[in-house]
Design a protein around this ligand. Structure first.
Ligand SMILES: *Cc1c(COP(=O)(O)O)cnc(C)c1O
Length: 351
Protein backbone atom coordinates (compact mmCIF):
# COMPACT_ATOMS: atom_id res chain seq x y z
CA UNK A 1 0.00 0.00 0.00
CA UNK A 2 2.87 2.38 0.76
CA UNK A 3 4.28 1.63 -2.68
CA UNK A 4 0.91 2.35 -4.31
CA UNK A 5 0.53 5.58 -2.36
CA UNK A 6 4.02 6.69 -3.42
CA UNK A 7 3.26 5.82 -7.03
CA UNK A 8 0.03 7.84 -6.90
CA UNK A 9 1.88 10.74 -5.31
CA UNK A 10 4.45 10.62 -8.11
CA UNK A 11 1.57 11.10 -10.57
CA UNK A 12 -0.01 13.96 -8.66
CA UNK A 13 1.15 17.54 -9.02
CA UNK A 14 2.84 18.89 -5.88
CA UNK A 15 0.03 21.47 -5.68
CA UNK A 16 -2.60 18.78 -5.33
CA UNK A 17 -3.41 16.66 -2.26
CA UNK A 18 -4.68 13.13 -2.07
CA UNK A 19 -7.92 12.09 -0.37
CA UNK A 20 -7.75 8.38 0.53
CA UNK A 21 -11.06 6.71 -0.30
CA UNK A 22 -11.80 3.95 2.20
CA UNK A 23 -15.53 3.40 1.66
CA UNK A 24 -17.03 -0.10 1.62
CA UNK A 25 -14.72 -1.36 4.35
CA UNK A 26 -11.73 0.06 2.48
CA UNK A 27 -12.77 -1.84 -0.65
CA UNK A 28 -13.02 -4.95 1.49
CA UNK A 29 -9.58 -4.59 3.05
CA UNK A 30 -10.75 -3.53 6.53
CA UNK A 31 -11.58 0.13 7.09
CA UNK A 32 -10.12 0.80 10.56
CA UNK A 33 -6.77 -0.88 9.86
CA UNK A 34 -6.41 0.78 6.48
CA UNK A 35 -7.45 4.18 7.84
CA UNK A 36 -4.86 3.96 10.61
CA UNK A 37 -2.19 2.89 8.13
CA UNK A 38 -3.01 5.72 5.73
CA UNK A 39 -2.93 8.23 8.58
CA UNK A 40 0.50 6.89 9.48
CA UNK A 41 1.58 7.29 5.85
CA UNK A 42 0.70 10.96 6.10
CA UNK A 43 -2.79 11.29 4.65
CA UNK A 44 -4.92 13.81 6.52
CA UNK A 45 -8.10 13.43 4.48
CA UNK A 46 -10.06 10.22 4.09
CA UNK A 47 -13.47 9.62 2.52
CA UNK A 48 -16.25 7.11 3.03
CA UNK A 49 -19.63 6.64 1.37
CA UNK A 50 -22.03 6.45 4.30
CA UNK A 51 -22.41 8.14 7.66
CA UNK A 52 -22.23 4.77 9.43
CA UNK A 53 -18.82 4.12 7.94
CA UNK A 54 -17.60 7.48 9.20
CA UNK A 55 -19.08 6.92 12.64
CA UNK A 56 -17.31 3.56 12.96
CA UNK A 57 -13.97 5.14 12.05
CA UNK A 58 -14.42 7.92 14.61
CA UNK A 59 -15.38 5.38 17.28
CA UNK A 60 -12.14 3.57 16.48
CA UNK A 61 -9.95 6.59 16.94
CA UNK A 62 -9.58 8.00 13.43
CA UNK A 63 -8.94 11.71 13.88
CA UNK A 64 -8.25 13.08 10.40
CA UNK A 65 -10.77 14.89 8.18
CA UNK A 66 -13.45 12.41 7.13
CA UNK A 67 -15.60 13.22 4.13
CA UNK A 68 -18.92 11.37 3.75
CA UNK A 69 -19.80 11.23 0.04
CA UNK A 70 -23.39 10.03 0.28
CA UNK A 71 -25.05 11.03 3.56
CA UNK A 72 -28.81 10.84 3.99
CA UNK A 73 -30.85 13.62 5.57
CA UNK A 74 -31.82 11.25 8.41
CA UNK A 75 -28.17 10.95 9.43
CA UNK A 76 -27.29 14.61 9.86
CA UNK A 77 -27.29 14.43 13.68
CA UNK A 78 -24.56 11.78 13.51
CA UNK A 79 -22.69 13.80 10.90
CA UNK A 80 -22.54 16.68 13.37
CA UNK A 81 -21.98 14.55 16.49
CA UNK A 82 -19.02 12.70 14.98
CA UNK A 83 -17.51 15.74 13.23
CA UNK A 84 -17.89 14.20 9.80
CA UNK A 85 -17.72 16.40 6.71
CA UNK A 86 -20.77 15.79 4.53
CA UNK A 87 -20.88 16.06 0.78
CA UNK A 88 -23.98 18.14 0.08
CA UNK A 89 -25.68 17.27 -3.16
CA UNK A 90 -29.24 18.66 -3.12
CA UNK A 91 -31.38 21.55 -1.92
CA UNK A 92 -33.20 19.15 0.39
CA UNK A 93 -30.14 18.01 2.32
CA UNK A 94 -28.59 21.48 2.46
CA UNK A 95 -31.82 22.94 3.88
CA UNK A 96 -32.08 20.18 6.50
CA UNK A 97 -28.45 20.63 7.52
CA UNK A 98 -28.80 24.40 7.90
CA UNK A 99 -31.97 23.94 10.01
CA UNK A 100 -30.15 21.50 12.28
CA UNK A 101 -27.15 23.78 12.68
CA UNK A 102 -29.44 26.75 13.43
CA UNK A 103 -31.12 24.83 16.25
CA UNK A 104 -27.75 23.80 17.67
CA UNK A 105 -26.38 27.32 17.19
CA UNK A 106 -23.37 25.99 15.28
CA UNK A 107 -21.49 28.08 12.74
CA UNK A 108 -19.06 27.43 9.90
CA UNK A 109 -19.77 23.70 9.73
CA UNK A 110 -17.50 22.30 6.99
CA UNK A 111 -19.24 20.90 3.92
CA UNK A 112 -18.28 19.79 0.41
CA UNK A 113 -20.54 20.65 -2.51
CA UNK A 114 -21.07 17.88 -5.05
CA UNK A 115 -22.10 19.03 -8.52
CA UNK A 116 -23.63 16.82 -11.17
CA UNK A 117 -21.80 17.65 -14.40
CA UNK A 118 -22.96 14.64 -16.41
CA UNK A 119 -22.82 11.42 -14.43
CA UNK A 120 -26.46 12.02 -13.47
CA UNK A 121 -26.16 10.15 -10.21
CA UNK A 122 -25.98 12.67 -7.39
CA UNK A 123 -25.23 16.36 -7.18
CA UNK A 124 -26.46 19.91 -7.62
CA UNK A 125 -27.03 21.25 -11.11
CA UNK A 126 -25.01 24.22 -12.25
CA UNK A 127 -28.20 26.26 -12.51
CA UNK A 128 -28.77 25.84 -8.75
CA UNK A 129 -25.65 27.88 -7.88
CA UNK A 130 -27.59 31.11 -7.25
CA UNK A 131 -29.95 29.32 -4.86
CA UNK A 132 -26.99 27.75 -3.04
CA UNK A 133 -25.15 31.05 -2.63
CA UNK A 134 -28.30 32.79 -1.36
CA UNK A 135 -28.88 30.06 1.20
CA UNK A 136 -25.32 30.06 2.44
CA UNK A 137 -25.18 33.75 3.26
CA UNK A 138 -25.88 33.21 6.98
CA UNK A 139 -22.64 31.22 7.57
CA UNK A 140 -24.05 28.16 9.34
CA UNK A 141 -21.99 26.13 6.90
CA UNK A 142 -18.61 26.75 5.34
CA UNK A 143 -17.81 25.41 1.88
CA UNK A 144 -14.53 23.58 2.17
CA UNK A 145 -14.54 22.16 -1.32
CA UNK A 146 -16.54 21.97 -4.53
CA UNK A 147 -16.31 18.82 -6.57
CA UNK A 148 -17.74 16.64 -9.32
CA UNK A 149 -17.18 13.10 -10.59
CA UNK A 150 -16.35 12.02 -14.14
CA UNK A 151 -18.47 9.32 -15.76
CA UNK A 152 -15.68 8.00 -17.97
CA UNK A 153 -12.33 8.72 -16.36
CA UNK A 154 -11.15 5.28 -17.48
CA UNK A 155 -11.47 6.30 -21.11
CA UNK A 156 -8.53 7.85 -22.83
CA UNK A 157 -8.36 11.61 -23.04
CA UNK A 158 -10.43 13.77 -25.29
CA UNK A 159 -13.61 11.85 -25.06
CA UNK A 160 -16.59 14.10 -25.48
CA UNK A 161 -18.28 13.17 -22.16
CA UNK A 162 -15.27 14.03 -20.02
CA UNK A 163 -14.53 17.19 -21.98
CA UNK A 164 -18.07 18.45 -21.42
CA UNK A 165 -17.94 17.61 -17.72
CA UNK A 166 -14.59 19.38 -17.33
CA UNK A 167 -15.94 22.46 -19.10
CA UNK A 168 -19.01 22.66 -16.86
CA UNK A 169 -16.90 22.03 -13.75
CA UNK A 170 -14.57 24.90 -14.68
CA UNK A 171 -17.57 27.22 -15.03
CA UNK A 172 -18.79 26.21 -11.57
CA UNK A 173 -15.29 26.67 -10.19
CA UNK A 174 -15.08 30.20 -11.61
CA UNK A 175 -18.24 31.24 -9.76
CA UNK A 176 -17.09 29.86 -6.40
CA UNK A 177 -13.54 31.19 -6.80
CA UNK A 178 -15.01 34.70 -7.02
CA UNK A 179 -16.91 34.05 -3.81
CA UNK A 180 -14.12 32.63 -1.64
CA UNK A 181 -10.49 32.07 -2.59
CA UNK A 182 -10.02 29.36 0.04
CA UNK A 183 -12.42 26.82 -1.48
CA UNK A 184 -10.71 23.69 -2.86
CA UNK A 185 -11.69 21.87 -6.07
CA UNK A 186 -11.55 18.23 -7.08
CA UNK A 187 -12.77 16.09 -9.95
CA UNK A 188 -10.64 12.97 -10.30
CA UNK A 189 -10.70 9.40 -9.00
CA UNK A 190 -7.78 6.98 -9.48
CA UNK A 191 -8.19 6.57 -13.24
CA UNK A 192 -8.59 10.29 -13.64
CA UNK A 193 -5.19 10.88 -12.03
CA UNK A 194 -3.55 9.00 -14.90
CA UNK A 195 -5.80 10.04 -17.77
CA UNK A 196 -6.53 13.69 -16.89
CA UNK A 197 -3.43 14.96 -15.06
CA UNK A 198 -4.24 18.57 -15.99
CA UNK A 199 -7.49 18.32 -14.00
CA UNK A 200 -5.96 17.54 -10.63
CA UNK A 201 -6.97 20.94 -9.18
CA UNK A 202 -6.42 21.05 -5.37
CA UNK A 203 -7.32 17.50 -4.38
CA UNK A 204 -7.81 14.10 -6.02
CA UNK A 205 -9.86 11.24 -4.59
CA UNK A 206 -8.09 7.90 -4.95
CA UNK A 207 -9.57 4.58 -3.93
CA UNK A 208 -8.87 1.55 -6.10
CA UNK A 209 -5.22 2.44 -6.82
CA UNK A 210 -4.36 2.48 -3.11
CA UNK A 211 -5.34 -1.19 -3.19
CA UNK A 212 -3.23 -1.87 -6.27
CA UNK A 213 -5.52 -1.53 -9.29
CA UNK A 214 -5.97 1.16 -11.91
CA UNK A 215 -8.34 0.01 -14.68
CA UNK A 216 -5.39 0.33 -17.04
CA UNK A 217 -2.94 -2.48 -17.87
CA UNK A 218 -0.02 -0.07 -18.12
CA UNK A 219 -0.45 1.38 -14.59
CA UNK A 220 -1.40 -2.02 -13.21
CA UNK A 221 2.17 -3.10 -13.99
CA UNK A 222 3.53 -0.63 -11.45
CA UNK A 223 0.85 -0.90 -8.79
CA UNK A 224 0.93 -3.83 -6.34
CA UNK A 225 -2.28 -5.61 -5.35
CA UNK A 226 -2.48 -5.26 -1.57
CA UNK A 227 -4.77 -8.17 -0.79
CA UNK A 228 -4.33 -11.88 -1.17
CA UNK A 229 -7.41 -14.09 -0.78
CA UNK A 230 -6.54 -17.63 0.11
CA UNK A 231 -8.12 -20.70 1.61
CA UNK A 232 -7.47 -24.47 1.82
CA UNK A 233 -8.89 -27.61 0.26
CA UNK A 234 -11.34 -28.92 2.85
CA UNK A 235 -12.14 -32.27 1.16
CA UNK A 236 -11.33 -34.26 -1.99
CA UNK A 237 -13.71 -36.65 -3.81
CA UNK A 238 -13.15 -39.21 -6.56
CA UNK A 239 -16.06 -39.15 -9.02
CA UNK A 240 -17.11 -41.83 -11.48
CA UNK A 241 -18.45 -40.95 -14.93
CA UNK A 242 -21.95 -39.38 -14.78
CA UNK A 243 -21.77 -38.36 -11.13
CA UNK A 244 -22.96 -34.82 -10.56
CA UNK A 245 -21.61 -31.92 -8.53
CA UNK A 246 -23.38 -29.26 -6.47
CA UNK A 247 -26.87 -27.86 -6.23
CA UNK A 248 -29.24 -28.54 -9.12
CA UNK A 249 -26.67 -30.98 -10.49
CA UNK A 250 -24.84 -28.06 -12.01
CA UNK A 251 -21.99 -30.21 -13.37
CA UNK A 252 -21.84 -33.81 -14.66
CA UNK A 253 -18.59 -35.84 -14.83
CA UNK A 254 -17.94 -36.93 -18.42
CA UNK A 255 -15.19 -39.24 -17.14
CA UNK A 256 -13.51 -40.22 -13.87
CA UNK A 257 -12.76 -36.91 -12.14
CA UNK A 258 -11.13 -35.78 -8.93
CA UNK A 259 -12.71 -32.74 -7.33
CA UNK A 260 -11.81 -30.56 -4.35
CA UNK A 261 -14.21 -28.66 -2.13
CA UNK A 262 -13.13 -25.09 -1.33
CA UNK A 263 -14.69 -23.53 1.78
CA UNK A 264 -15.63 -20.08 0.50
CA UNK A 265 -18.89 -19.23 -1.21
CA UNK A 266 -21.29 -16.59 -2.38
CA UNK A 267 -21.85 -15.38 1.20
CA UNK A 268 -18.14 -14.52 1.19
CA UNK A 269 -18.29 -12.55 -2.04
CA UNK A 270 -17.58 -15.31 -4.54
CA UNK A 271 -20.82 -14.74 -6.44
CA UNK A 272 -22.74 -17.38 -8.38
CA UNK A 273 -21.47 -15.86 -11.62
CA UNK A 274 -18.09 -17.45 -10.87
CA UNK A 275 -19.63 -20.91 -11.02
CA UNK A 276 -19.92 -23.43 -13.82
CA UNK A 277 -16.38 -23.20 -15.24
CA UNK A 278 -16.47 -19.45 -15.63
CA UNK A 279 -13.58 -19.01 -13.27
CA UNK A 280 -10.61 -20.87 -11.84
CA UNK A 281 -8.53 -20.74 -8.68
CA UNK A 282 -4.86 -21.64 -8.18
CA UNK A 283 -3.67 -24.79 -6.42
CA UNK A 284 0.05 -25.67 -6.45
CA UNK A 285 0.47 -22.99 -9.12
CA UNK A 286 -2.00 -24.78 -11.39
CA UNK A 287 -5.39 -23.62 -12.58
CA UNK A 288 -8.36 -25.45 -11.03
CA UNK A 289 -11.65 -24.73 -12.78
CA UNK A 290 -14.73 -24.09 -10.70
CA UNK A 291 -17.41 -26.65 -11.52
CA UNK A 292 -21.11 -26.60 -10.68
CA UNK A 293 -22.95 -23.85 -8.89
CA UNK A 294 -21.27 -21.78 -6.19
CA UNK A 295 -22.90 -22.58 -2.82
CA UNK A 296 -23.29 -20.13 0.03
CA UNK A 297 -20.22 -21.43 1.90
CA UNK A 298 -18.32 -23.57 -0.62
CA UNK A 299 -17.58 -24.37 -4.23
CA UNK A 300 -15.99 -27.29 -6.01
CA UNK A 301 -13.07 -27.37 -8.46
CA UNK A 302 -11.71 -29.97 -10.86
CA UNK A 303 -8.27 -31.14 -9.65
CA UNK A 304 -7.94 -34.24 -11.83
CA UNK A 305 -4.64 -32.97 -13.22
CA UNK A 306 -3.27 -31.40 -10.07
CA UNK A 307 -1.19 -33.33 -7.56
CA UNK A 308 -2.64 -32.02 -4.29
CA UNK A 309 -4.09 -33.12 -0.95
CA UNK A 310 -6.71 -32.08 1.55
CA UNK A 311 -5.41 -29.09 3.50
CA UNK A 312 -3.35 -27.72 0.61
CA UNK A 313 -3.52 -23.99 -0.02
CA UNK A 314 -5.83 -22.39 -2.59
CA UNK A 315 -5.23 -18.93 -4.04
CA UNK A 316 -8.26 -17.01 -5.29
CA UNK A 317 -6.29 -13.88 -5.99
CA UNK A 318 -2.95 -12.37 -5.00
CA UNK A 319 -0.12 -10.30 -6.49
CA UNK A 320 0.59 -12.85 -9.22
CA UNK A 321 -3.08 -13.60 -9.97
CA UNK A 322 -4.67 -10.18 -9.47
CA UNK A 323 -8.27 -9.69 -8.40
CA UNK A 324 -9.22 -7.85 -11.59
CA UNK A 325 -8.33 -10.95 -13.64
CA UNK A 326 -10.41 -13.24 -11.43
CA UNK A 327 -13.25 -10.68 -11.45
CA UNK A 328 -13.23 -10.62 -15.26
CA UNK A 329 -13.87 -14.37 -15.36
CA UNK A 330 -17.15 -13.73 -13.53
CA UNK A 331 -18.06 -10.79 -15.72
CA UNK A 332 -17.37 -8.27 -12.98
CA UNK A 333 -14.66 -5.81 -11.90
CA UNK A 334 -12.05 -5.54 -9.13
CA UNK A 335 -14.21 -2.99 -7.26
CA UNK A 336 -17.14 -5.39 -6.90
CA UNK A 337 -15.05 -8.45 -6.07
CA UNK A 338 -12.90 -6.71 -3.43
CA UNK A 339 -15.71 -4.81 -1.75
CA UNK A 340 -17.91 -7.93 -1.62
CA UNK A 341 -15.43 -10.02 0.36
CA UNK A 342 -17.58 -10.93 3.34
CA UNK A 343 -17.14 -10.12 6.99
CA UNK A 344 -16.46 -13.72 8.04
CA UNK A 345 -13.28 -13.84 5.95
CA UNK A 346 -10.45 -13.30 8.41
CA UNK A 347 -8.24 -10.34 7.53
CA UNK A 348 -4.62 -10.80 8.52
CA UNK A 349 -2.28 -7.84 8.14
CA UNK A 350 1.40 -8.26 7.31
CA UNK A 351 3.63 -5.28 7.85
C1 LIG B 1 -15.51 5.77 -4.78
C2 LIG B 1 -15.25 7.16 -5.17
C3 LIG B 1 -13.96 7.58 -5.56
C4 LIG B 1 -12.80 6.63 -5.70
O1 LIG B 1 -12.79 6.06 -6.98
P1 LIG B 1 -11.62 5.05 -7.44
O2 LIG B 1 -11.96 4.74 -8.85
O3 LIG B 1 -11.71 3.86 -6.55
O4 LIG B 1 -10.33 5.77 -7.27
C5 LIG B 1 -13.77 8.92 -5.84
N1 LIG B 1 -14.79 9.81 -5.75
C6 LIG B 1 -16.03 9.44 -5.39
C7 LIG B 1 -17.09 10.47 -5.30
C8 LIG B 1 -16.31 8.10 -5.10
O5 LIG B 1 -17.56 7.75 -4.74
Amino acid sequence: MSHNLNFLRSKISPKSELIGVIKANAYGHGDVKIAKHLEKLGLNKLAVASTNEGKKLRENGIKCDLIVFYPDTSELSDIIKFSLEPAIYSKRILTELINKLKKLELNNFPIHLNFNTGLNRLGFQKKEIDWIIENLSDSYVKIKSVYSHLSSSEEKRNNIFSNTQIKVFNQIKDVFSELDKKIKYHLLNSSGVYNYPECQYDWVRAGISLYGYSNNPEWDKTLIPVAELRTKIIQIHQLEKNQVVGYNNGWIAKKKTIIATIPIGHADGIGRYFGNSNAAVWIKNKKAKIIGNICMDMFMVDITNIDCSEGDGVIIFNKKHPANKFAELGGTISYELLSSIGSRIIRTYLQ
